[in-house]
Design a protein around this ligand. Structure first.
Ligand SMILES: [Zn+2]
Ligand SMILES: [Zn+2]
Length: 102
């Protein structure tokens, strides 16, 4: 089973915690507090008139698109991917990092 590990937004790859921070404006604080990025984005998308379950209908510059674990780069040559906001590793443990934190 492949989980949503991150989001592409505005040319960045961003972890779920950071995407919540970017989209928490106008969202019920109790929902934000659950830390469930998918629920927060569902509400944020509805508020913006975005159909986030039809990713071809919008641009990742306008609203985040999901990144699954198997879509993250992870090899010694390409380096592994880290969140563009907090620089935490995406889809791997810090001990498995191929490149230092930015
Ligand atoms: Zn982050
Ligand atoms: Zn890493």
């Amino acid at each position: 089973m492949t989980a949503v590990e991150a989001y592409t937004y505005n040319a960045d790859v961003v972890c779920p915690d950071c995407i919540i921070k970017r989209f928490s404006d106008g969202i019920d604080a109790a929902v934000v507090a659950t830390g469930n990025a998918e629920t927060v984005l569902d509400l944020a998308a509805t508020a913006r008139g975005v159909d986030r379950y039809d990713e071809r209908s919008y641009d990742s510059g306008d609203f985040p698109k999901v990144v699954f674990g198997n879509q993250l780069n992870y090899d010694p040559d390409a380096g592994c991917e880290h969140c563009g906001d907090c620089h935490e590793p995406l889809g791997h443990e810090p001990a498995d990092c191929y490149r230092p934190f930015a």
